[in-house]
Write a protein that binds this ligand. Sequence first.
Ligand code: C2E
Ligand code: MG
Ligand code: MG
Length: 707
Amino acid sequence: MDQQIEPIRVLLIEDDEDDFLITSDMLRGQERARYEVEWRSEFSESLHAIAQRRHDVYLVDYRLGEHTGLELVRAGFAGAPSSPVIMLTGEATYEMDLEATALGVTDYLVKQKLDPLVLERSIRYAISHQKAMRALALSEERYALAVRAANDGIWDWDLVTNRIYFSPRWHAVLGRPEQSADEDPSTWFGLVHPGDLVRLRAAIKAHLDGRTPHLQSEHRMRHADGTWRWVMSRGLTIRGADGAPTRMAGSLSDITDRRAAQMRLQHDALHDTLTGLPNRMLFMDRVDQILQRAVREPDCGCAVLFLDVDRFKLVNDSLSHAVGDQLLIALATRVASALRPGDTVARLGGDEFTVLLEDVTGGDDATVVADRIMRSFDEAFEIDGNELFISLSIGISLSAPGLDPADLMRNADIAMYDAKRRGRSRRTVFDQSMHRRVVDRLARETELRQVVECSLLGIHYQPIVDLETGRIRALEALARWPEDWPPVPPTEFITIAEETGVIGALGQQVLREALGTLSGWRAQGLVGEDVCVSVNLSGRQLDDPTLSEHVREAIDAASLPLVVLKLEITESTLMQEIERTQHVFSEVCSSGVGLHLDDFGTGYSSLAALHRFPVDALKIDRSFVSTLREEPENDVIVRSTVALAHSLGLPVIAEGIEHSAQLRRLRALGCEYGQGYLFSRPLSAVAAGSLLRRWSPSQVNELGAVV
Ligand code: C2E
Ligand code: MG
Ligand code: MG
């Protein structure tokens, strides 16, 4: 036998030496275990040995002189033996048995029937039983402690008796007094919110049926203070040998705060913080739901309105962002008040809002609502002492089979741009032609970038003629789409260039090439030193801080004096942003470059403003020149423009002269210069070169002659 095995320390209490010897022999002779036997025969010395608590097992003889073993056990352990006690007795009675059990005696053995095997097994059982009991006590203690310390309430449902134990904390969570006895399950279910009860019962059933690995249910329960609290109930079943559930136990925790935080997060994720309206994500989701319903019920159409505040940037920039924000909030409220309760209004960001109209059968239904929204904006917004009149442009798209939410949004957006394009404060219902336009426009944008990047742009030149002498005073450079490409008019590609910012590069190309061409004509002796070149400048180019630098470089590159360059800028561009343009022009023009005011008469110039710019000439817009022929008396505008220019000491250039009658009238009115098909259409550099070569000033007189 392994000597290293821990010996079992036995205190043998026996007043009969013979019996002691028999018992201790039995122990020593054991093969399965090693015993260290200590013998006591006296009651008091036994008590003393017990008090030391250093034995693994006590073998106590029932008869101890005038005492009994049971008395010793009672005195030594006070009913809770620290190690197992086995009673050795001559005879056993039922009463003795009862008393021994009550005192915590583990086993008793009848001496006459004692043999080494019985003794060994009894000791072994007693020790392992004691160990198990101790472990159980510890675990129960730990469990009790955990239950008490946990924030969760505990419940334990005996499915056989159908009674539930609720821990004190379970009651506390719901503000209820503690109950000592187990309760009926109705206590629990009676407190559950009626709206959640079916779901909870279904979850319990699913777990009991073995369809879910555990019970987990979030539901509301009535707190004693009358409020509803959100709780989480978790649970697990124990099953009998036949697999039928016998017991289910679990926890209950108050998740009201967590849920509120969760709801807040969820709300924030789906709503715009400024206005509290649904955001794009939530809006798209609602559109999606409606569209899905429309698949089942084809009559349930919907419409999406895309709203954009006209000139919102102006409010933001000229007042303040704070005023802009307040305006958006007020605006959101106003839009919402023009809708029916079921409709959704959302803010996509910036000044863009969308509206979802449900149960719309056609475009008319939606335009009625759009008109109502627009009418609600007739009244000014009062913000921070500012009276703001705001208008909206609205694009409308209608649901149709096969369209998804993104399609509807895109169509409404396209329609909104169409409304803006046709002048603000309008509403437009989307149609396919708009989509085609957008697609075309995108294609055009790409082409334009290619044209500019690869310097494929053509330039045509149109002479500007001195109406008195007939000499060519200047040539206007006009950009042209590449000749071998499908034609695109300049007004179209210039607008796209302006909107996309390509105009900067385009303008530089025209400037360089036009100056280079003039320089070439000079070298060939086709033009004199007083002949200039006019280059159009778009408003967007004024944003470029390096503009004057580029102009100078282009002139230097062509080795020309600054005075030969005239920059044409439209009247409306100049007047739109007086402060900014004034600074740019004084910089560009101080060197001698001239400034011509293009399309004059179409904008609203103020005389005072005109004075502030180094303008060299006014170009009367073609539209006024064209009316000269049809309504000979109706030349008030041309006449007053000429008078105005002359009063400012500026010469006038008439655009678009097509007929000799116009030429005669302009001459009579004292207009100095003219440009138009009557003299020449815009021509390529080569064709313009030959025009210059064969030009004779006298032909202008002939052109003006009455036939
Ligand atoms: P604009 O600067 O007012 O140019 C005059 C326009 O009138 C030119 O149109 C020209 O071809 C046209 N025109 C000249 N004489 C007659 C006439 O007798 N009858 C008629 N019906 N039209 C006449 P175009 O070339 O189509 O250019 C249109 C506009 O595009 C220009 O108006 C100008 O604003 C812009 N543009 C053209 N090239 C450039 C450029 O290089 N840069 C910038 N920024 N704009 C340009
Ligand atoms: Mg021009
Ligand atoms: Mg013009």
